[in-house]
Design a protein around this ligand. Structure first.
Ligand code: SAM
Length: 345
């Protein structure tokens, strides 16, 4: 666990640079930041970035820096142009922090002498004056040896690296999903149906400790393709609409794989579907598919109702797969999905 402590923050003057200190802390591998002066706007800005781009970074402002720094249990580093060159101490610090937490102090203006005396290490990123932002970035980068820059974040917005241009894929929230549905001219029948699937999927998701952002977007958008076709190809049509809109692949895949309990490659070929993977694999893909199986129109039905409907159509194998999926998810939830469904009605 790595904490950054920012001292001397003046809300009226340092808002931008302290925000940058916090964003560098987050991106370069720290877990949280403490800021001495209370600054709610700063907290909001940083929390918004974490909410959008993911991770568990946290911020707290309005703390007693000397007490926090002094009482910290672990390795204490003060970044200062007056310290020892980072390369002469980083090995020792890595070793010391192997089984301990670490706190890294950066100042704004003149840093009180107490910080130098309390610290286990006064570390310089060169002995010339520059900035707390660069000092923190270089220190953390030396500490992690660059590994922190490859960390995967599961946020609402996910950057897709590319040589040219820029691309951000995003997981739409409830409001954005409804906007997309209306943009695509989803009719009342679709809206009623997806709203019921959404309620059931969210209930199952809660029991299963699934990623609720994905369940929300996946269930609300699963039938967006019905604005183009009501046939078996509606899941593919939906996935294509969402890819066009730069929706995160995790959501697109939920939509693409939501038919029944998945479609096997041979079945897909015989139905004339494009050659793609239609078997739900992630927990969220499975939950949305099965929630959809348990909703007919806007009515929640039982597993038996659905299985009967499939069997009447001669779809024996798909019916078996639905039963299997139901059992698997009921086990994960610790409760039969039919029982969870009763709580939703
Ligand atoms: N001269 C000020 C002092 O007496 O501490 C430093 C103010 S400086 C603008 C703000 C912060 O940037 C410092 O507290 C330190 O954390 C960081 N900093 C600036 N230059 C640095 C360097 N060469 N090495 C390490 N940290 C540095």
């Amino acid at each position: 666990m790595i904490t950054v402590i920012r001292i001397g923050h003046r809300p009226f003057r340092d808002k931008r640079i302290t925000t940058h200190v916090a964003l560098v802390a987050r991106t370069f591998g720290a877990d949280n930041i403490l800021v001495d002066e209370k600054d709610e706007t700063l907290e909001e800005t940083v929390n918004k970035v974490t909410e959008n781009f993911g991770g568990n970074f946290s911020i707290k402002s309005g703390i007693n820096w000397k007490k926090e720094f002094k009482d910290f249990k672990g390795v204490k580093v003060n970044l200062s142009m007056y310290g020892i060159n980072v390369d002469d101490r980083i090995g020792e610090i890595k070793e010391a922090a192997m089984d301990k937490d670490m706190i890294i102090l950066v100042g704004a203006e003149k840093v009180p002498i107490d910080a130098y005396n309390i610290a286990d290490y006064n570390i310089a990123i060169g002995n010339q004056p520059h900035s707390e932002v660069s000092a923190l970035a270089i220190f953390l980068d030396r500490f992690y040896g660059g590994k922190e820059l490859r960390k995967k974040y599961e946020g609402k917005m996910n950057v897709i690296p590319m040589d040219h241009g820029k691309l951000v894929k995003f997981i739409p929230d409830e409001q954005q999903c409804m906007k997309i549905l209306y943009e695509e001219k989803a009719n009342e029948r679709i809206i009623d149906h997806v709203t019921t699937v959404y309620k059931l999927a969210m209930a199952i998701g809660n029991y299963a400790h699934a990623d609720m952002k994905l369940i929300q977007a996946g269930s609300l958008l699963h039938d967006i393709g019905r604005t183009k076709t009501n046939g078996i190809g509606h899941a593919v049509a939906g996935a294509d609409i969402l890819r066009e809109k730069n929706i995160d692949e995790a959501v697109v895949k939920i939509v693409e794989k939501h038919t029944g309990a998945g479609i096997l490659p041979d079945e897909a070929r015989s139905m004339g579907l494009p050659d793609r993977d239609y078997i739900p694999e992630t927990l969220e893909e499975k939950i949305v598919a099965q929630a959809d199986n348990l909703v007919s129109g806007k009515k929640i039905v039982t597993l038996n109702d659905t299985v009967e409907r499939y069997e009447l159509k001669g779809l024996k194998e798909p019916a078996e797969r639905i039963k299997k999926l139901h059992k698997e998810l009921s086990e994960i939830c610790g409760k039969d999905l039919d029982e969870i469904a009763k709580e939703v009605q």
